[in-house]
Design a protein around this ligand. Structure first.
Ligand code: FAD
Ligand code: SF4
Ligand code: SF4
Length: 493
């Protein structure tokens, strides 16, 4: 059973009463227990779209920050793709200087309230944390992401956030394709140098996956909007409903519209399918479409949204990654009675974050592990009525290091479902490649760039984020956006 926010706050108060941050020893720091994240009750939250994790209280954040040993060699920093000075910001948080902590983070990362929420910290900064290593459990590492989230939220809510300054206007213009985290980071850093920046977004809302993919209950959209408003305040123009490659080609932007440089941050938005029979039946969705309907088109808000909801009772979600967890948890909130993750390996191999799996379980999502879908079965009207699955067992590890699923002969069965959400990954959209002469891509369709500068095979055209890395993470996309912006600013000198 989860403790209430008051109970958790009281526990933190006791810790603060027992230890003085100025005199506490390393041994005492290591004795402070991990501060639990207050969360909405599972039975309540499956009936709403509100954020699940409620955020630390002031006392909790101070108590958690006191767990940091201020290691001299700062191992945690090597796990952060943008190199945030983690011990420095945590020290300020422990002292109660939350705005100062936020300012330290902002020297390296533009979107701390977003990264603090969605970074897979246990594989990144927290993976390297000495406290986790000492306790032989990465789950016991200092909760770097939660502290980051708190100080960013606090600074924003108390008008102590930092607006980046912009140098005097140059006569250079830069086009940014896409408005996801790679593009946001690139746009801000290019604009800071005084260049004009215009962003082009295919959808009617800016923000990329942060807006159309990651559900409201993990990342409130008002936070993303606030960051985009900040870009507009810096003088950046955002053009929506503008598909580069259709509305205008990349060449048009360079040659006819006189942009001096272009950054492509078009993401990896092309869903993959299993290519099994039945994937064109009514009631089969890609996770992208399913989540876009709910997040971007607000299908969950049936009173105010025109987007229709597909009536689902029993939903199968194919895949075991974070996107699959998001789709399954969304299906539950959209009213499905039973939702099952269908995954061909065991729980140990699930690629989703542990926290997301735990949250999904708490919300009553079933896990049909070691099952491989073979066919989606339809009724006479073309609607989904079930999924033919085969049971698997684990064999030898494959190239990914995970044990390979081996199908068990004769184990085939049809399980009743009326909706299937396919969530087995995304690839790059080929539109820009098809409409841009000389743009080199690899065999997966990802744009090939110079690793140091993010420049593509076309002079003056740079790229970063998922369109280069394949489906990756928010912070990696941002890191690439910053790297490309640095090179663009050099290029325009
Ligand atoms: P995107 O965010 O994909 O943005 C690209 C934008 O470009 C889109 O808005 C698109 O409409 C636009 N665009 C595309 N083509 C064109 C064009 N031709 N013209 C104009 N505009 C165009 N990462 C994490 O770190 N943590 C998470 O918890 C997490 N959860 C995720 C959940 C879901 C459901 C998904 C799908 C992804 C998740 N990710 C997560 C991955 C992360 O969101 C991405 O790695 C990241 O958003 C990539 O950023 P990007 O800027 O490269 O592209
Ligand atoms: Fe950790 Fe992500 Fe913050 Fe870096 S940005 S410190 S990886 S939570
Ligand atoms: Fe603090 Fe952990 Fe980083 Fe050490 S490794 S400085 S304990 S956050």
């Amino acid at each position: 059973m989860h403790l209430t926010i008051e109970q958790l706050d009281n526990q933190a108060k006791d810790i603060l009463a027992n230890f003085d941050n100025n005199t506490i020893s390393i041994k005492e720091r290591a004795s402070i227990p991990l501060q639990e994240m207050p969360a909405q009750d599972p039975l309540e939250r499956i009936n709403n779209m509100e954020e699940v994790a409620l955020g630390y209280t002031k006392n909790q954040v101070k108590a958690e920050a006191m767990r940091c040993l201020q290691c001299k060699n700062k191992p945690c920093i090597q796990g952060c793709p943008v190199g945030i000075d983690i011990p420095a910001f945590i020290k300020k948080a422990a002292e109660g200087d939350f705005a100062g902590a936020n300012a330290t983070i902002k020297e390296s990362s533009l979107l701390p309230s977003i990264c603090g929420r969605v970074c897979p910290q246990e594989n990144q900064c927290q993976y390297y944390c000495t406290v986790g290593k000492m306790k032989k459990d990465v789950g016991q590492s200092v909760a770097i992401g939660r502290i980051e989230r708190f100080v960013a939220d606090y600074s924003r809510e108390n008008n102590q956030d930092i607006t980046p300054s912009v140098k005097p206007q140059t006569n250079k213009k830069v086009a940014i394709v896409g408005t996801g985290p790679a593009s946001v980071a690139a746009a801000a850093d290019v604009r800071r140098e005084g260049h004009s920046v215009v962003m082009f977004e295919a959808l009617h809302k800016a923000g990329g996956v942060l807006v159309y993919g990651i559900p409201e209950f993990r990342l409130p959209k008002k936070l993303v909007q606030k960051e985009l408003d900040g870009l507009v305040d810096m003088g950046i123009e955002i053009n929506r409903n503008f598909l580069v490659g259709k509305t205008r080609t990349l060449e048009d932007l360079m040659k006819k519209d006189n942009f001096d440089a272009v950054f492509i941050g078009a993401g990896a938005g092309l869903p993959k399918f299993l290519n099994i029979p039945g994937e064109n039946l009514i009631g089969v969705f890609s996770a992208n479409e399913y989540l876009t309907r709910s997040n971007l088109m607000k299908a969950y808000d049936q009173k105010n949204s025109l987007t229709p909801l597909f009536p689902s009772e029993k939903v199968a979600v194919f895949g075991g990654g974070n996107v699959a967890m998001d789709a399954a948890r969304t299906a539950k909130r959209l009213g499905a009675k039973e939702v099952s993750i269908v995954y061909r390996r065991s729980e140990a191999e699930l690629p989703a974050r542990k926290e997301e799996v735990e949250h999904a379980k708490e919300e009553g999502i079933n896990f049909m592990l070691l099952h491989q879908p073979h066919e989606i079965v339809g009724d006479e009207k073309g609607f989904v009525k079930g999924v033919k699955v085969v049971t698997c067992e684990l064999g030898e590890p494959d190239a990914s290091g995970r044990r390979r699923p081996v199908e068990i002969e004769g184990s085939e069965q049809v399980v009743d479902f009326d909706t299937v959400v396919v969530s087995i990954g995304n690839a790059s959209n080929p539109l820009l490649k098809q409409t841009t002469e000389g743009l080199d891509v690899n065999k997966r369709g990802n744009i090939i760039v110079n690793e140091e500068t993010c420049e593509t095979s076309i002079k003056g055209v740079f790229a970063g984020g998922d369109i280069v890395l394949g489906a990756a993470t928010v912070i990696l996309a941002m890191g690439q956006g910053r790297k490309a912006a640095k090179a663009i600013n050099e290029y325009l000198k």
